[in-house]
Design a protein around this ligand. Structure first.
Ligand code: CTP
Ligand code: MG
Length: 228
């Protein structure tokens, strides 16, 4: 067991507008954060869990974890998601050869998918979960005029977990700090190093809970899974 996970939970959930971090909102009676941490902390192939939280949430997270039977290492995040991931990577033990990075706001990834990405990262060293886009995507300029329409077959919507050899992702984050670049996901930083990143087909249900409408969709996903 040489795979760890960094779960980033240090955002503020502005778009949810709940007045506090959206990760405390309940899904089937349990905080979103609890669903996500549970999945990884009880996964037989995950050796270590680092949970990245904001200063504001730290005490509440400590309290909640005291009631849980599993071990989770808590560390403080930063202003941007990229900062939170970098700080999480620093807290992970060097004994981990591979790391998964996951958004706490994605509680619907399955144990099978986690096992799948762990298998694939051993082969590829950098691999991300993604789904083919269903909509036609346009590139639009600042004045609202369409510039181009990329071929849909080549477009994938990227999710987490994203998985990497730990040394590779640490190097990519260090290089991004040095060049002052901010990526929108972790794979992008690895791409900047010129390293190939492979895609593992994910599931459309692995949504990121972002706005209030995602909450009822999430409840529906859980209700249907329970009935299965
Ligand atoms: N995140 C983080 N540190 C930050 C920003 C975000 O750890 N500085 C985490 C969030 O807690 C979330 C994940 O990154 O689990 C994906 O971010 P997002 O869905 O955008 O969450 P928030 O940034 O909290 O929401 P918003 O952008 O609406 O404020
Ligand atoms: Mg955000």
């Amino acid at each position: 067991m040489d795979t760890g996970v960094v779960i980033v939970a240090a955002g503020s959930g502005k778009r949810m507008g709940a007045g506090r971090n959206k990760l405390w909102l309940p899904l089937a009676g349990k905080p979103i954060l609890s669903h996500t941490v549970h999945l990884f902390a009880t996964h037989p192939e995950i050796a270590e869990v680092v949970l990245v939280v904001s200063e504001r949430d730290e005490a509440d997270v400590q309290d909640w974890l005291q009631e849980e039977p599993f071990a989770v290492k808590i560390t403080r995040g930063g202003a941007e998601r990229q900062d939170s991931v970098r700080l999480g990577l620093a807290a992970l033990s060097d004994s981990c050869s591979y790391v998964l990075v996951h958004d706490a706001a994605r509680p619907f990834v399955t144990k099978e998918q986690i096992s799948g990405i762990i298998r694939q990262v051993r082969r590829d060293q950098a691999t991300i979960m993604a789904v083919p886009v269903k909509d036609t995507i346009k590139v639009v300029d600042a004045t609202g005029v369409v510039e181009s329409t990329p071929a849909r077959e080549s477009l994938w919507a990227v999710q987490t977990p994203q998985a990497f050899r730990l040394s590779l992702l640490r190097e990519a984050h260090q290089a991004a700090v040095q060049s002052g670049r901010l990526g929108t996901d972790d794979a992008m930083l690895v791409e900047w190093l010129g390293y190939p990143v492979t895609v593992m087909p994910g599931h459309y249900e692995n949504i990121k809970i972002t706005t209030p409408d995602d909450l009822w969709l999430g409840e529906e996903i859980l209700r249907r899974r329970k009935g299965e």
